[in-house]
Design a protein around this ligand. Structure first.
Ligand code: SAM
Length: 246
């Protein structure tokens, strides 16, 4: 195995993840293509190999620890909202190929990359890439309340994210938002939005990313979908960010 693969396996193990060799190969293919495309288009600010392994791949997989064990086996359909260059959706698909994943992204160039990498990884039949805004697709009958789980990383604050993401989740499903270290103020400001949109915070799970230079503290905010989202949400594109529900 090449040095990078060994390093990735070691880091994954430290994070409590067991990675099979064929999965590691897919992760490394993803890494190489990401770096190649990054030369032409600015897909991600993280460019160093080791940093991609930890800050993108392992961080993306850490949202699995937010899935309550009771529903873990039942999770099939997952949507990643504001997927960017594929985080956390693509690492989740590589790690758990049986998941039926949709990546939603508003920027055309990123969508082109997502479609390309999905083909390269052999996921063209079981991974859907959609180009558009959460506010539009969240109103579309084909996508609304059709998912067991929504995930999102680094897209917006929780009040706005609740309006982007909760409309996609079925009652009984969950929404996991990957957040940084400090979330208490953001969470307080999002309480009303979460309630209005049919969600309820289940738990906050702190976790750490281990880097050579030290640790990065992160949090998963896990919400249950307890009631249907009212018909008038999400509001038109731009409005959730301009006037978050308070
Ligand atoms: N989730 C990725 C990650 O963690 O690396 C990308 C994060 S990037 C900072 C935020 C992404 O969300 C951008 O690619 C942007 O185009 C997308 N985005 C922002 N608002 C959106 C919306 N309303 N609907 C769909 N995508 C959106």
């Amino acid at each position: 195995m090449e040095a990078l693969a060994v390093s990735f396996q070691k880091r994954a193990k430290e994070a409590g993840l067991e990675l099979l060799e064929d999965r590691i190969e897919k992760f490394l293919l993803f890494l190489r293509e990401l770096k190649e495309w990054n030369r032409k288009f600015n897909l991600t600010a993280i460019k160093d190999d080791e940093e991609i392994l930890v800050k993108h791949f392992i961080d993306s997989l850490s949202c699995l620890s937010g899935v309550p064990s009771k529903i873990y086996q039942k999770i099939r359909k997952v949507i990643d909202i504001g997927s960017g260059a594929g985080f956390p959706g693509i690492p989740l698909k590589i790690y758990q190929p049986t998941l039926d994943i949709t990546l939603l992204e508003a920027t055309r160039k990123k969508v082109e990359f997502l479609r390309y990498i999905s083909r390269k990884l052999g996921f063209e039949r079981s991974l859907e890439v959609i180009h558009g805004r959460a506010e539009e697709y969240g109103r579309d009958r084909e996508y609304r309340e059709k998912y067991d789980m929504a995930v999102s990383r680094a897209v917006s604050n929780l009040a706005i994210l609740a309006e982007y993401c909760l409309p996609f989740v079925k009652i009984g499903g969950i929404f996991i938002s990957q957040k940084g270290r400090e979330i208490s103020d953001e969470l307080k400001k999002a309480c009303k939005a979460i309630e209005v949109l049919g969600g309820r915070v289940r738990e906050i799970i702190p976790y750490k990313l281990l880097l050579k230079e030290g640790e990065l503290e992160r949090n998963l905010v896990v919400m249950d979908k307890v009631e249907s989202t009212p018909e008038n949400y999400p509001r038109r594109p731009g409005l959730p960010a301009k006037r978050p529900i308070r």
